[in-house]
Design a protein around this ligand. Structure first.
Ligand code: NAD
Ligand code: DAU
Length: 347
């Protein structure tokens, strides 16, 4: 099988590409990525010379490139991860999110429809989405696959729109698809604009830890390799036309998570217990900040047998170790345009 993975140079995509290249030597994996600020081929150094792996640099918003690439490589299946993924950036530049997340997805759908028009057997458009499409929960309740869409940020609105297009192509053109909606990921290679890697980086360099609002927002965290495993399982065994929610059954209030991170970092950096916590600084809240996300992942667990393999404490400890051992990776990213982003965002 020729499998196209989009966004494979990013955080989650790189873990999905590595897993597929290593576990399925009979598949040829094509990683198509525009290498935006979030894409980094360093994430895939260990597998770049595998004979069943090819990198294709390109932008999913460019239809003529996408169309000719599909005709050249005749992909059998697609795992679509390429996206603008950071909520804060979507607040300052919503159109970039519409362009990549909506138009880019529709371009891929059109190219798939065209390529597969004479034979849909064994074809699949696997769309990687987020729990943010369901909006915000109050103190109780969980998002299930039947929860109504209710996105609140330009990012989640663009992802919700892309999900609707995937489903509409399934209904209208019989395009075989699966959608999965996952909670917050964390782990190695996470870009340091997101909470956990940003705070790890700031703790290492003794910089303030900017907690939005009162810190009482709740997220459900999942180790990135467990998300990659869930995608692998749903990609192979999931039913066409279905949605699968993926989550860690692991809710944390931001402030409690940050305090745990500070404690673990103090230990690993041989600092006095309490040193990192002193860096916590409450800052202006994110506009439209969703209060709570929590996923009910019963369907993928009971129907497909997936469950997370690490506890949060194990995953977080592995993640911190990875960042401490890969400070060159972090330094390469946080020099240059990151500095400009950081000073504008946290001025
Ligand atoms: P990321 O920002 O780390 O990576 C995105 C990748 O897409 C980068 O390699 C980037 O270069 C590429 N890309 C962006 N625009 C492109 C374009 N126009 N053409 C081609 N490539 C482009 O994102 P991530 O956190 O790894 O998220 C991957 C996917 O998973 C996204 O669709 C996101 O919505 C979804 N998701 C993320 C999380 C999370 O916690 N990070 C949770 C659930 C779902
Ligand atoms: O739920 C899945 C989503 O999780 C994915 O679809 C998104 O791509 C991904 O970015 C993530 O979105 P969040 O907005 O939840 O993640 P982020 O790491 O940006 O923020 C997590 C929480 O931490 C959120 O409540 C905002 C807060 N926060 C974040 C940053 C960057 C802070 O308090 N301070 C910060 O500096």
């Amino acid at each position: 099988m020729n499998i196209l993975i989009t966004g494979g140079a990013g955080f989650i995509g790189s873990h999905v590409v590595r897993r597929m290249v290593k576990n399925y030597p009979k598949y040829h994996i094509y990683n198509l990525d525009a290498l935006t600020y979030a894409g980094n081929l360093e994430n895939l150094k260990d597998i770049e010379n595998f004979s069943n792996y090819t990198f294709l640099k390109g932008n999913i918003t460019d239809y003529s490139f996408i169309d000719s690439t599909f005709k050249n490589y005749k992909f059998d299946r697609i795992i679509h991860l390429a996206a603008e993924s950071h909520v804060d950036r979507s607040i300052t530049d919503p159109l970039a999110f519409v362009t990549t997340n909506v138009i880019g997805t529709v371009n891929l759908l059109n190219a798939s429809k065209e390529l597969w028009k004479d034979d849909l057997s064994n074809k699949l458009f696997y769309h990687v989405s987020t729990d943010e499409v369901y909006g915000s929960l109050a103190a109780t309740g969980l998002f299930t696959e039947t929860t109504s869409y209710d996105p609140n940020s330009p990012y989640s609105a663009s992802k919700a729109s892309s999900d609707h297009f995937v489903r509409a192509y399934g209904e209208t053109y019989d395009l075989p698809f699966i959608i999965s909606n996952c909670s917050n990921n964390y782990g190695p290679n996470h870009f340091p604009e997101k909470l956990i890697p940003l705070f790890i980086n700031n703790i290492i360099s003794n910089k303030p830890l900017p907690v939005y609002g009162d810190g009482n927002y709740t997220r459900d965290w999942l180790f990135v390799e467990d998300h990659a495993k869930a995608i692998d399982i749903a990609f192979h065994n999931g039913n066409r036309g279905e949605t699968y929610n993926i989550g860690g059954f692991n809710e944390w209030k931001n402030i409690d998570l940050v305090k745990l991170l500070c404690k673990l970092m103090d230990k690993k950096l041989n600092r006095n217990l309490g040193d990192s916590e002193k860096l916590i600084t409450y800052v202006k809240d994110r506009p439209g900040h969703d209060l709570r996300y929590a996923i009910d992942a019963t369907k993928i667990s009971s129907e497909l047998g997936w469950k997370p393999s690490v506890t949060f404490e194990e995953g977080l400890s592995k993640t911190i170790d990875w960042f401490l051992e890969n400070q060159d990776w972090l330094n390469n990213i946080t020099s240059g345009s990151y500095k400009e982003y950081y000073s504008k965002m946290y001025k």
